[in-house]
Design a protein around this ligand. Structure first.
Ligand SMILES: Cc1cc2nc3c(=O)[nH]c(=O)nc-3n(C[C@H](O)[C@H](O)[C@H](O)COP(=O)(O)OP(=O)(O)OC[C@H]3O[C@@H](n4cnc5c(N)ncnc54)[C@H](O)[C@@H]3O)c2cc1C
Length: 427
């Protein structure tokens, strides 16, 4: 069944950056279409089950770095008040992933200019000259063809940018993928964490787990229910066969850990496996090469940009690859530690959201233009949302001005964000 709606702005991917971009564009009164492969919005927060808003506040004093829709989400989730200048932690969490899905549904449904399509995969791009002419979407209605004026790529993987011919970078050994999972009815005790770790280390030595992290475990969502950051799978998220293997490996490893803990660790005897994923989390794939490539030097030197539209504040957080046992200087189970620089805060310029070669495309979130090390900081959830708000605003401005996004002045995007109190930190 063909869908009638023809958008002015089309946002691909309803994750951290995309859902915010679509709301920002629609709130300016521009006809906006949001496409998402899952049956819900929220991206990594809901597809992987990751409740953190890293990047919303700086570490030193927990001061909120940028407001706008990212902060609105925290306020509407009951985490803080709209008037707050500080949050309780620099990485505050929402309490319920399921409630968050519904909150996003409600916010999207309340925008008359916004059409959302779930269970829809952006599957192809047709270009004319330097423009995206048609975005092809695969869903239960068949292949849908949309001809937006401006496109915002928030797929995390830069699918739209790559398929449009925009230049991008990849890396031969990506950061590992991680499947998060939850185990219920666990009785806490002083030895629980150490014993759980011993079991994982032994399983790795015996060859039952090729790689792992930590395990990081916390009673995050409910009493007696543990949330785990423990899986590490090395692979290529852009290779469909390898991604399938990684999903299967992550699930298998999580279940192996659960079975071993239940058998060997006091406190897990009556536990049950609640859920995983539902998707494995991808930290790294394509990064577009945009008009400005945000670098670690920009971050370390707190370089100021007149066209700053987003503020970053997370540390340089590269997770080690461990593709081959004993490779490089990487140990399984360990943290990143490959630089770890903690900035106070830094500017992300509009030009880092602007790809080269394609005139009606913006990119926000994980796949924006940055070096690998810079992206290890700028990829975090709230920072991705800040970029999404800037990209959605700029896309709508381009439509209003009948211009390409390349012709929209980043200083004016910043001014538009400032006007609605969603601009970058000016300190
Ligand atoms: C395992 C893991 C742990 C992490 N831990 C933290 C943490 O603790 N705190 C933190 O702040 N950050 C963390 N990060 C980083 C952060 O979560 C991501 O970098 C962030 O989600 C980036 O936002 P995004 O909008 O670019 O991508 P996402 O939130 O992943 O959104 C991309 C969206 O696009 C959709 N999509 C993809 N391709 C298509 C397509 N072709 N068609 C239609 N839809 C598509 C996806 O389904 C998804 O909804 C972690 C990342 C991983 C992988």
């Amino acid at each position: 069944m063909a869908i009638d709606f023809q958008p002015d702005v089309m946002v691909c991917g309803a994750g951290c950056a995309g859902v915010v971009a679509a709301l920002a564009s629609a709130r300016r009164g521009v006809k906006t279409l949001l496409i998402e492969r899952a049956g819900f919005a929220g991206g990594i927060i809901t597809t992987v089950g990751l409740p953190f808003f890293d990047g919303i506040a700086r570490k030193s004093d927990r001061k909120i770095m940028q407001r706008g829709i990212a902060l609105e989400l925290l306020v509407r989730s009951g985490v803080c008040k709209a008037s707050d200048e500080l949050v309780y932690a620099h990485n505050p969490t929402i309490r319920s992933i399921e409630r968050f899905k519904i909150l996003l549904d409600e916010m999207m449904q309340s925008e008359p200019k916004l059409q959302v399509l779930f269970h829809s995969f952006v599957a192809g791009i047709e270009t004319k000259g330097d423009r995206i002419d048609t975005v092809v979407v695969a869903n239960k209605g068949g292949l849908q063809r949309f001809r937006p004026k401006t496109v915002v790529d928030c797929t995390g993987d830069g699918d739209v940018a790559a398929w449009s011919g925009a230049p991008f970078e990849t890396w031969p050994e990506y950061m590992p993928m991680t499947l998060h999972f939850r185990i219920g009815n666990v009785e806490d005790n002083p030895q629980l964490r150490a014993k759980a770790k011993d079991v994982v280390v032994a399983a790795h030595k015996e060859g039952r787990l090729k790689n792992y992290y930590g395990p990081g475990m916390s009673f995050m969502f409910a009493k007696n229910e543990l949330y785990f950051h423990a899986i590490r799978v090395n692979g290529d998220p852009l290779d469909p066969e390898d991604l399938t293997r990684c999903e299967m490996q992550g699930r298998r490893d999580a279940w192996t850990m659960y079975e071993l803990w239940k058998e060997k660790v006091p406190g897990f005897e009556n536990s049950h496996y609640v859920m995983s994923g539902p998707y494995i989390g991808i930290r790294e794939s394509r990064r577009i090469t945009g008009q400005h490539v945000l670098s670690e030097n920009d971050i370390k030197e707190q370089r100021k940009f007149a066209d700053a539209v987003a503020t970053g504040t997370w540390y340089l957080d590269l997770h080690p690859n461990y593709a081959t046992t004993g490779s490089a200087n990487v140990k399984p189970g360990a943290l990143g530690g490959m630089d770890g620089f903690q900035p106070d805060h830094y500017d992300i310029p509009y030009r880092s959201l602007l790809p080269k070669k394609v005139s009606n495309l913006l990119v926000a979130g994980r796949c924006h233009s940055a070096t690998r090390l810079a992206q290890s900081s700028s990829r975090v959830n709230a920072t991705a949302m800040f970029m999404g708000q800037a990209a959605g605003t700029a896309a709508a401005m381009a439509v209003e001005m009948r211009k390409n996004v390349q012709e929209v002045d980043g200083v004016k995007v910043r001014a538009a964000l400032d006007q609605i109190h969603a601009g970058p930190f000016a300190g």
